[in-house]
Design a protein around this ligand. Structure first.
Ligand code: GLN
Length: 538
C-alpha cells in the first residue's frame, strides 16, 4: 500500500444538505492553489448503481464526465472549482460496490468463503477510495461520504474510513466532519448539542473527527469554539466556521480566512503556503461588479427544483462574469406554456435556453417557445432535447410537416425527424446505456459555432438516445436550418443553426458540463454576449 498520497475524508452530521460538496471543493481549491495535485471523490450510500436512472425530483441533475459516467451533481462542483476533469472513479455508489462484490462471488473469487459486509464490502470500498490515490496522479484525495453519520446505509463507509485511517497511519488520513450549529431565536443562542451528538455518533463507529466545519448563520464566538473543542476532542484551531455565503464561489476565501487549509496540511504533515487565488478572485470581482443586467429564460419541466439544471445555472454565472453582466435566469415551466400566453411569458426576455430532458411532458410548450424566439429574433440556445425540439419546430412550422416529431414522444409519427439511434434500438437495460461522455464533433467553418470555438474539431459530452434523422437533412437545410457540426465517424448531427436569425444555435451535446470558473464555456459566453446585444438594441 502506498502512503504517498494523503487522504481526507469528509463526513456530514446533524442534517443533510449542509454543502459537503462545496466545502470539499473549496478545500481542494485551496490545496490546488498551493501546488498540491488534488482530486475529490464522492461515495453515495444508495443502492442505485449510478444516479443515471434517478429523476431530478429525487436527485437533482445527473452530471456526466468525459469518460461517460453518469454521476452525482457534486462532481460538477468539483470540476467547476478545480478545472480538472473527473471520471468514473470519482463517484461510487453502494449499488456499484455490491454489484462488483456479487459478480466476484459468482465467479468464485472468494473461494468458498462467506461473503460479508466486513470485510468484503468494506474492502471493496477501501479499494475504490484508493484507486485515485494509487494512480500516482494526485498528492491528495478528498473523499466525500454522502448522507449523514448515523444513517444505517452509511455504516459500511464509516467502517471503511476507520480501517483506512488505521491502515494508512498517522498524518496520512484525516477526517473532516461537517456539522450544523443551529441558532435558536427564542433563546437567542447558537447551540452546540447537535454537533456534540453527531461527533459522538461518529466515535461509536471508532472514528474521531480531526476537524469540525460548523455550518452556521451567525459568527461562532470563541467561548462556543472552546466548548466544541472540549466536548469533541478537537483542537480549537480545528473548529472551522462556515457561515452562509451569498455565493458558493465565496466559500474558498471564507475557508482560507478560517485557516482550514492550514490545519489540514498541518495534520497531514505537509508544507503550507499562501494559496494563489489571483485568477479565482478576478472572477469573483467580475461576478460581483457587473456593468449591466440581462434576463434569460430557462425553459424546462423541472424549473421549480433548484438542483435540476445546476450546471446550466453555474455556466451562466461563469459566462456572465466573462461578459461583465449579471445574468438573471427566469424559470419558465414548459408545461404551462401555450400559444395564448407565450408572448406575455417570453417577449421581455433577452435570450432563451430550452433545456435537456426526457419524455413527453412539457414538450409542446418548448416547441411553442422555440417558434416564438425564432420569429422574434430572440437569441436562442437549445441543449440536447432543446436541440431536438428546435428541429421539430422548424419541420412543423417552416417545412409544413405538421406531425413532425421525435419517436421518443410519438413512435408512430409519419415524420420522425428525430429518431432513435441505430445502436440504441435493441437496448433493454436503461442504466448507463445511452450515448454518453465525450465525443468528437467537426464544425463547418461558415458558422456561429466556428466563431465561438475558434476550432473545427471539438469534443463535448453527451447523454441521449435519439438523434437528428439524416433522411430529412437535405430538406431541412434547403429550408434554412443548417447543420454546422457533426460527428466525423457516424455523421450524427451535433449542431444546428439558423443563419436568418441573429443567434439561433442548438446542440445535441451538453456544453454546460464543461464550463468552469477558469474556463467559462465559449458557447455560453457567446450566448450571453448575443443576449446582451439583443437587450441593448431593444
Ligand atoms: N430525450 C432525448 C434523448 O434521449 C434528449 C436527452 C437529453 O436532453 N439529455 O435523445
Amino acid at each position: 500500500m502506498t502512503t504517498k498520497t494523503k487522504y481526507i475524508f469528509v463526513t456530514g452530521g446533524v442534517t443533510s444538505s449542509l454543502g459537503k460538496g462545496i466545502i470539499a471543493a473549496s478545500l481542494a481549491k485551496l490545496l490546488q492553489a498551493q501546488g498540491y495535485k488534488t482530486t475529490i471523490q464522492k461515495l453515495d450510500p444508495y443502492i442505485n448503481v449510478d444516479p443515471g436512472t434517478l429523476n431530478p425530483y429525487e436527485h437533482g441533475e445527473c452530471y456526466v464526465t468525459d469518460d461517460g459516467a453518469e454521476t452525482d451533481l457534486d462532481l460538477g462542483h468539483y470540476e467547476r472549482f478545480l478545472n480538472v476533469p473527473t471520471s468514473q472513479a470519482n463517484n461510487v455508489t453502494t449499488g456499484r460496490i455490491y454489484q462488483n462484490v456479487i459478480e466476484r462471488e459468482r465467479r468464485g473469487e472468494f473461494l468458498g468463503k462467506t461473503v460479508q459486509v466486513v470485510p468484503h464490502i468494506t474492502d471493496e470500498i477501501k479499494h475504490r477510495i484508493q484507486i485515485l490515490g494509487n494512480s500516482g496522479d494526485y498528492d491528495i484525495v478528498i473523499t466525500e461520504i454522502g448522507g449523514t453519520v448515523g444513517d444505517i446505509e452509511s455504516l459500511p463507509y464509516v467502517e471503511a474510513v476507520r480501517q483506512l485511517k488505521w491502515d494508512l497511519g498517522e498524518n496520512n488520513a484525516i477526517v473532516i466532519h461537517l456539522t450544523l450549529v443551529p441558532f435558536l431565536s427564542a433563546a437567542g443562542e447558537l447551540k452546540t448539542k447537535p454537533t456534540q451528538h453527531s461527533v459522538k455518533t461518529l466515535m461509536e463507529s471508532g472514528v474521531q473527527a480531526d476537524i469540525l466545519v460548523c455550518r452556521t448563520e451567525h459568527e461562532l464566538p470563541s467561548d462556543l469554539r472552546r466548548k466544541l473543542a472540549l466536548f469533541c476532542n478537537v483542537r480549537e484551531e480545528a473548529i472551522i466556521q462556515s457561515i452562509d455565503a451569498s455565493t458558493i464561489y465565496d466559500v474558498p476565501n471564507l475557508m482560507l480566512e478560517q485557516g482550514l487549509d492550514k490545519v489540514v496540511l498541518k495534520k497531514l504533515a505537509l508544507k503550507s503556503d499562501t494559496p494563489d487565488l489571483t485568477k479565482w478572485n478576478k472572477f469573483l470581482e467580475l461576478h460581483k461588479n457587473p456593468k449591466s443586467e440581462i434576463t434569460i429564460g430557462l425553459i424546462g419541466k423541472y424549473v421549480e427544483l433548484q438542483d435540476s439544471y445546476k450546471s446550466i445555472l453555474e455556466a451562466f454565472i461563469h459566462a456572465g462574469a466573462e461578459n461583465e453582466v449579471k445574468v438573471n435566469v427566469e424559470s419558465v415551466h414548459s408545461e404551462y406554456l401555450n400559444e395564448d400566453n407565450i408572448k406575455m411569458k417570453l417577449s421581455h426576455l433577452d435570450g432563451v435556453l430550452v433545456a435537456p430532458g426526457f419524455g413527453e411532458r412539457g414538450i409542446e410548450g418548448k416547441i411553442d417557445a422555440i417558434k416564438f424566439v425564432r420569429e422574434n429574433n430572440i437569441p436562442f440556445l437549445g441543449i440536447c432535447l432543446g436541440m431536438q425540439m428546435a428541429v421539430i419546430e422548424f419541420c412543423r412550422n417552416v417545412l409544413g410537416l405538421k406531425d413532425a416529431n421525435s419517436t421518443e414522444m410519438d413512435p408512430k409519427t409519419s415524420n420522425p425527424v428525430i429518431d432513435i439511434m441505430e445502436d440504441q434500438k435493441n437496448i433493454t437495460d436503461m442504466g448507463g446505456t445511452m450515448r454518453l461522455g465525450a465525443w468528437d464533433c467537426h464544425i463547418e467553418k461558415e458558422s456561429i459555432a466556428y466563431d465561438v470555438y475558434q476550432s473545427q474539431d471539438i469534443k463535448e459530452r453527451h447523454r441521449h438516445r435519439y438523434e437528428f434523422n439524416s433522411d430529412y437533412k437535405e430538406k431541412i437545410e434547403a429550408a434554412g436550418l443548417k447543420t454546422t457540426g457533426y460527428n466525423p465517424e457516424t455523421k450524427l448531427v451535433e449542431i444546428v443553426e439558423n443563419p436568418s436569425h441573429p443567434w439561433f444555435v442548438a446542440v445535441q451535446y451538453h456544453p454546460e458540463y464543461k464550463s468552469t470558473v477558469a474556463n467559462p464555456h465559449p458557447l455560453f459566453v457567446a450566448f450571453v454576449k448575443a443576449s446582451l446585444k439583443h437587450h441593448n438594441t431593444k
